[in-house]
Design a protein around this ligand. Structure first.
Ligand code: CTP
Length: 443
């Protein structure tokens, strides 16, 4: 009996897949199909697969062509499988020509002709063509623009800015460049806002009133009531309003939260997060945000996600770089909960070690600097033998995953944010308190 094996993602199964499976089966008597696990796809940079592993397996099973279906979970597994199942022929489509020649050592390798004119990527793009408009003067928009290239079903179509540094760069390829927000809204399906936080409320309201989805850099607003009003409006209009904090979409951070919820460090007693940067404003006008806006939401994220929004009091200490107290360069916030404490240090003009430490009754979690774009953390215990290290691939600082979540939410027509709404509202409230200098001591 000749055993054949082939692998693939088989997302939104199409006739190109079926042809390939038929040809693979015809090479022998018994066909094993390896379907890639979600995590494995993510690791190899395929992040926008539409269907779950179970759905994809079901689709392959329904073709009736495979004699056996297995899951591909790790790099190097193909060699293991070939040995384990006694495979005679390994085959894939010609788009992989040459890539698997190293398997010739273990079995025969055959590249089958790929069916022209169809692919999962094309189907995904055709299914959801979201035209995105970028708004703001921050150079950060360049990063977002570059990351959209990795996200199917999303295309940057317009840019609304007053910053010529942006329009001179890569973003000049954008079809529509304007300084009129109204004109931008007329030409897109969704907006990504990186404008100043004080502008968010009006811009979000306008976008929602025009039937546009919104992805907005945190803080969504600098007022809790306004924030709640906007989320209610989005719900009423069946539109997506999502807060953008890229760290919330990093796999390591998401897994860390799950481990804590699962009790791996016992009860959390303290959360300490530090985020700082020294920026060069060499000659350019400040088109970006002040310290508290730049880093506050990111540093607050682990505190509010882990300990909740029900703290008993908050104390803020701020240092400003100007006599008018307009530009804060360092802020420390201390939170008191019934059974825990938390502290964040954020600086846009002061430098410190950007680590995150979550202390619990059984152990603690240590995330080294810069924790907000980490692919790694450690769970540490009294006995070092029990310590565990966790690595997760992080592509595009999380921005890519955030954009994928936004497109998914639009496709499904339901909010699927990694950030609790209560956390979003609380962040807006804290920002307002800071603006009003409530509970703030200036040093
Ligand atoms: N395949 C094929 N003809 C196509 C598309 C895919 O023969 N038109 C083959 C691939 O060569 C591979 C298998 O089907 O052997 C599974 O491919 P997969 O990567 O799941 O499908 P794609 O449509 O190429 O997916 P994507 O667009 O996400 O890369």
């Amino acid at each position: 009996m000749i055993k054949v094996i082939t692998y693939g993602t088989y997302d939104l199964l199409h006739y190109g897949h079926i042809k390939l499976l038929e040809r693979a089966k015809a090479l022998g008597d018994y066909l094993i199909v390896g379907v890639t696990a979600d995590d494995f796809d993510k690791k190899r940079g395929k992040i926008n697969v539409s269907q779950s592993l179970m759905e994809r397996i079901e689709a392959v099973r329904a073709t009736g062509i495979a004699d056996e279906i297995i899951v591909e979970e790790y790099e190097g597994q193909k060699i293991d499988d070939i040995r384990k199942y006694g495979v005679d022929i390994f085959t894939v489509g010609s788009d992989w020509e040459g890539k698997f020649d190293y398997l010739n050592e273990y079995c025969k390798v055959v590249y089958l002709p790929r069916t022209e004119g169809v692919s999962s990527s094309e189907i995904r793009t055709a299914q959801a063509g979201v035209r995105l408009g970028l708004v703001g003067d921050s150079l950060f928009l360049n990063k977002v623009y570059n990351e959209t290239a990795f996200v199917n079903g999303l295309k940057v179509y317009a840019l609304c800015t007053n910053n010529s540094e942006l329009t001179d760069g890569e973003l000049k390829r954008t079809e529509l460049i304007t300084n009129s927000y109204d004109e931008l809204l007329e030409n897109v399906d969704a907006v990504y806002l990186r404008s100043l936080p004080s502008e968010h409320y009006e811009q979000i309201k306008k976008a929602l009133d025009c039937g546009r989805h919104v992805l907005c850099e945190s803080p969504v607003t600098v007022d809790e009531a306004q924030c709640e009003e906007l989320y209610a409006l989005a719900r009423e209009k069946k539109l997506i309003l999502m807060e953008a904090i890229k760290t919330a979409y990093s796999t390591a951070f998401a897994r860390l939260l799950l481990l804590i919820k699962g009790g791996s460090i016992g009860n959390v007693i303290s959360v300490d997060a530090t985020c700082t940067s020294l920026k060069q404003y060499a000659g350019t006008i400040r088109t970006d945000w002040n310290g508290i806006y730049e880093w506050g939401p990111t540093a607050l994220l682990p505190v509010l996600e882990i300990l909740g929004t029900g703290y008993k009091n908050i104390n803020m200490i701020a240092h400003f770089e100007d006599d008018e107290h307009l530009h804060d360069s360092f802020v420390k916030m201390d939170f008191l909960y019934d059974h825990a404490v938390a502290s964040i240090k954020v600086g846009d003009g002061v430098k410190s070690e950007g680590e995150l430490i979550i202390s619990g009754t059984k152990g603690y979690i240590y995330v080294p600097a810069p924790w907000w774009k980490t692919d790694y953390f450690e769970v540490r215990y009294e006995n070092p033998d029990d310590n565990r290290r966790h690595f997760y691939q992080l592509d595009g600082e999380g921005i890519r995953y955030e954009l994928v979540a936004f497109v998914r939410a639009i496709e499904r027509g339901s909010q699927i944010s990694n950030i609790d709404e209560a956390v979003t509202f609380k962040m807006a409230e804290i920002m307002k308190e800071f603006e009003n200098r409530e509970n703030v001591t200036v040093i």
